[in-house]
Design a protein. Structure first.
Length: 158
C-alpha cells in the first residue's frame, strides 16, 4: 500500500516554491527588474556592510564609534539606511512609470552605487588595503553619468 504522505510533501513543496517565485518576481518587478545595475548596487551594499562589520570587529577602527569597536546600534542603523536606499530605488522606478520617464531609477541607482563604492574604499583604506585606481575611475564614471542625467541639476546632493 502506497503512503499519501510523500505526495502531500511534494504538493506543499511545489506550492511554497510557486508562492516564493511569485512573491520574488512581484518584488523585483516593482523595483524595475533584476538588471545588472540593481545587482551591482546590492552587491556593493553587501560588500560595504561586510567590510564595515569586519572593520569594527577585527580591526577595531570603525569611524561609527568612539572606540572603533562594533556597535549593534551602528550596525542596525546601517541596515536601515540600506533599506531606505532600496525603498528610494522602488519609488524612483514607480515615478518613472507614472510619468513615462526612463531615467530616475537609473540615476538613483548610480548615485547610491557611487556612494557605496566610496564607503567601501574608505573601509578598505582603514583596513590598510589600497583602493585600485581602476575602481576610482569607475566611481568617477558613475558620478559623471549621474550628473549628466536630464534634470539632475534640479536636485541637490546630500
Amino acid at each position: 500500500m502506497r503512503s499519501l504522505f510523500p505526495d502531500c510533501l511534494n504538493t506543499a513543496k511545489t506550492f511554497l516554491l510557486a508562492a516564493a517565485a511569485s512573491l520574488g518576481g512581484s518584488v523585483l518587478a516593482a523595483f524595475g527588474g533584476a538588471d545588472v545595475w540593481l545587482s551591482a548596487l546590492a552587491c556593493t551594499m553587501g560588500a560595504d556592510y561586510l567590510t564595515g562589520l569586519l572593520l569594527a570587529l577585527v580591526w577595531k577602527r570603525s569611524p561609527k564609534t568612539e572606540n572603533g569597536a562594533a556597535s549593534s546600534q551602528a550596525g542596525l542603523k546601517g541596515l536601515f539606511k540600506k533599506g531606505a536606499m532600496f525603498l528610494t530605488v522602488l519609488v524612483a522606478h514607480q515615478l518613472d512609470l507614472a510619468f513615462s520617464l526612463n531615467y530616475l531609477r537609473g540615476a538613483v541607482i548610480m548615485a547610491f552605487l557611487a556612494n557605496e563604492l566610496l564607503s567601501l574604499a574608505e573601509n578598505l583604506g582603514l583596513m590598510g588595503i589600497p583602493w585600485p585606481s581602476v575602481m576610482q575611475n569607475a566611481i568617477e564614471l558613475l558620478t559623471a553619468k549621474e550628473e549628466s542625467q536630464p534634470h539632475a541639476d534640479r536636485f541637490q546632493r546630500h
